[in-house]
Ligand binder design. Structure first.
Ligand SMILES: NC(=O)c1ccc[n+]([C@@H]2O[C@H](COP(=O)([O-])OP(=O)(O)OC[C@H]3O[C@@H](n4cnc5c(N)ncnc54)[C@H](O)[C@@H]3O)[C@@H](O)[C@H]2O)c1
Length: 250
């Protein structure tokens, strides 16, 4: 008898070796899911997989910008489990840089990791999500899809693309009779290896702009992702969940 909110469910999380992805994988595993963790950092991925509660979890090397990697990963999931219940398109990356100092190559890298990844993941996982009978996609966007920030031009454009691609996914699934919901999550500033890149001074400056006066813990974002993926959200579709300590309420 499956137990926990996600007992018997197969969940795939990208960018799962560290940060929000790792916290999300842990949260799903602790609620009974079998989790497929995907990342390009194989050493960190192994550490995260080995530390998960429960059994049956696995790590797959998947570069989210590579369609060949997506096809191979979906083949592995099909052979091992025959279905996919939840896809969390979490992997992403950005850096602070003026729009006017951004090369076309740098622009394309940010768009590829944050936006192409979601398109590739959505398209290639759809047959397995349909087999779930109640599939759910949670896409990682950001407050940067709602409000711009100086130095975040390509990242904001990519995350805004994720925002509307999620709505398009939801309505196209419904129109085609596919039993798959799609929603996006929009974190504010989260305490992860990615946000540590900017240095302590920038992190303190960020804290002072958040009404709750602190950065989020990755687990607080994971909690929102689990809600969107859960049966409690069975009528929540094509929408966005902002988890930002009040940042965009000001
Ligand atoms: N940290 C924040 O403040 C914040 C805020 C809003 C949104 N986000 C978004 O949340 C997501 C996770 O961010 P995080 O802060 O946990 O980052 P992180 O850098 O701590 O972790 C990201 C993980 O993704 C992996 N990754 C990077 N490129 C990849 C690729 N091409 N294929 C597969 N895996 C890849 C990394 O190896 C790493 O394990 C990202 O999409 C990010 O844009 C983060």
């Amino acid at each position: 008898m499956p137990c926990g909110r996600f007992g018997g469910r197969i969940v795939l999380v990208t960018g799962a070796a560290k940060g929000i992805g790792a916290a999300t994988a842990r949260a799903f595993a602790s609620e009974g899911a079998t989790v497929v963790l995907c990342d390009i950092d194989e050493a960190a991925l192994k550490v995260t997989v080995d530390a998960l509660p429960g059994t049956g979890h696995c790590g797959i090397r998947l570069d989210v910008t590579s369609e060949a990697d997506w096809i191979a990963a979906m083949g592995e999931v099909e052979r091992a489990f025959g279905k996919l219940d939840v896809l969390v398109n979490n992997a992403g990356w950005g850096e602070l840089r003026s729009l006017f100092d951004t090369s076309f190559e740098q622009w394309r890298r940010v768009i590829a990791i944050n936006l192409d990844s979601v398109f590739l993941g959505t398209r290639n996982s759809m047959p397995l999500l349909e087999k779930s009978g109640k599939g759910s996609i949670v896409n990682m966007s950001s407050i940067r899809s709602l409000v711009a920030g100086v130095g975040s031009g390509p990242y904001s454009a990519a995350k805004a693309g994720v925002h509307l691609l999620t709505k398009a996914t939801a309505i196209e699934c419904a129109a085609a009779g596919k039993p798959v919901r799609a929603n996006s999550i929009h974190p504010g500033f989260v305490d992860t290896p990615l946000s540590k890149q900017t240095g302590e001074e920038a992190r303190n400056a960020r804290r002072s702009t958040v009404p709750q006066g602190r950065l989020a813990e990755p687990e607080e974002i994971a909690a929102g992702i689990l809600f969107l993926a859960s049966d409690a959200a069975s009528y929540v579709n094509g929408t966005e969940l902002v988890v930002d300590g009040g940042f965009t309420a000001v």
